[in-house]
Design a protein around this ligand. Structure first.
Ligand SMILES: [Zn+2]
Length: 402
């Protein structure tokens, strides 16, 4: 297929665009139209649908289930999130919830890449298989969750701890990846641990005309120097080894500074906030102990507060020990796709699956496509979308027959 009229009349493109037109957008996404749309999809596919509320009534988790031939085996989870990030409409050349298609077949809408595409491609792949009369060994659950873009606190994070989730008996999960501007497809098998922390630095207060000992400013300088030295080491690691991606190293960024009374008063308190993403090579206990040592060396009187302190989560194995990985890899090999396993830069719901011991891969079949998630004019081409459906047919077929 190659012309706009053919894409426009394609059933799967129509479903995709319909889903994109639902503005399930932060800060207050209304998921009810998504649930209603998914209900119609479930009817069309003749699959049972369940709705769970692991956080509250406004944040549903919708699960469609395709039962396998051996339903006692651990099942496959195909996860996507229904929410999308806000838009600055004045910066878009097309309405962000219009799902307009241009002559080249590019569909413009918030969520085309992140990640309404993937949710609909799962369903399209299952529709294609069901029409071919395919039956798979393992049960497949297709989940549509809320709140991923706000960190999953109202979605996947509480969901994995519910009895309803445990009853799904998940053995392996697929979730979102990223578009790739090259022919390669990235596959994400791990994520770094997010630590958002604030140093609350107390010191001798007094008049700005003096040279008082142990001021908050002097201690702040010490802490900033230590944190920035660490940052520099990581920048150098990346520069020295072209094999490394940003997900392989620890990132440290000063994100907030606070304090002060007026310019001629030495303040009793200054605060410095950092966003840290701990690489998989970091020992968390040792890292925190090092921060504590620096706080002491700086002169004491410093408190360490965490907004977030995510635990170490082991990566999903990408070797012979993981039969699901082998099945995934066999699918991409048979399709002639070049994949590049790597560690995700940001955070996705996969971390919550891995945290409860479920292997998970992040994969969005969008190669030769600029990375536009969270950006203005987010788009995905109809051709790439439909190729992605075929890729999922093969992958789902393989992993559900492990
Ligand atoms: Zn996403």
């Amino acid at each position: 297929m190659s012309c706009k009229c053919e894409w426009e009349s394609n059933e799967e493109i129509q479903y995709f665009r319909e889903y994109l037109r639902i503005a399930s957008v932060h800060p207050e996404p209304n998921y009810a139209p998504c649930v209603e749309f998914l209900r119609r999809q479930a009817d069309q596919l003749q699959l049972p649908l369940a709705i769970h509320h692991p956080f509250d009534a406004a944040n549903p988790v919708v699960v469609l289930t395709w039962q396998g031939l051996e339903p006692s085996l651990p099942a496959i989870l195909l996860n996507s999130h229904m929410d999308v990030v806000p838009v600055f409409e004045e910066n878009w050349t097309h309405p962000p919830f219009g799902a307009e298609m241009d002559e080249e077949g590019r569909i413009f809408a918030r969520g085309t890449q992140d990640m309404k595409c993937v949710g609909m491609q799962y369903l399209a792949a299952i529709r294609a298989m069901k029409r071919q009369g395919v039956r798979l060994k393992r049960t497949i659950h297709i989940s549509f969750v809320a709140d991923e873009e706000m960190g999953g606190r109202r979605g996947m994070r509480p969901f994995v701890d519910t009895a309803e989730f445990r009853a799904l008996n998940i053995g392996f999960g697929l979730d979102e990846g990223l578009a790739s501007p090259t022919p390669e497809f990235p596959v994400f098998y791990a994520e770094r641990s997010v630590w958002r922390l604030t140093f609350k630095i107390s010191g001798t207060a007094g008049h700005g005309s003096l040279l008082l000992p142990n001021t908050a400013g002097v201690k702040l300088q010490y802490m900033l120097n230590k944190m920035m030295e660490l940052r520099k080491q990581q920048v150098q690691r990346l520069e020295n080894n072209p094999e490394l991606t940003i997900g392989d190293v620890t990132t440290i960024n000063l994100t907030r500074l606070g304090g002060g009374v007026q310019s001629n008063v030495v303040p009793p308190l200054l605060t410095a906030g950092f966003d840290c993403r701990l690489g998989l090579d970091i020992d968390h206990t040792e890292f925190e102990a090092q921060l504590q040592r620096w706080m002491t060396e700086a002169g004491g009187g410093i408190e360490l507060e965490f907004d977030q302190q995510h635990p170490y989560v082991p990566p999903t194995a990408t070797d012979d020990s993981n039969a699901y990985w082998l099945a995934f890899k066999r699918a991409t090999d048979e399709l002639g796709l070049t994949i590049r396993p790597q560690i995700f830069t940001g955070g996705t719901d996969s971390r919550y699956l891995r945290r409860v011991g479920i292997p998970a891969l992040g994969f969005s079949p969008m190669n030769n496509t600029p990375v536009l998630l969270h950006d203005h004019d987010e788009w995905l081409s109809a051709d790439t979308y439909l190729k992605g459906v075929q890729i999922y047919v093969k992958i789902i077929h393989n992993i559900a027959n492990v």
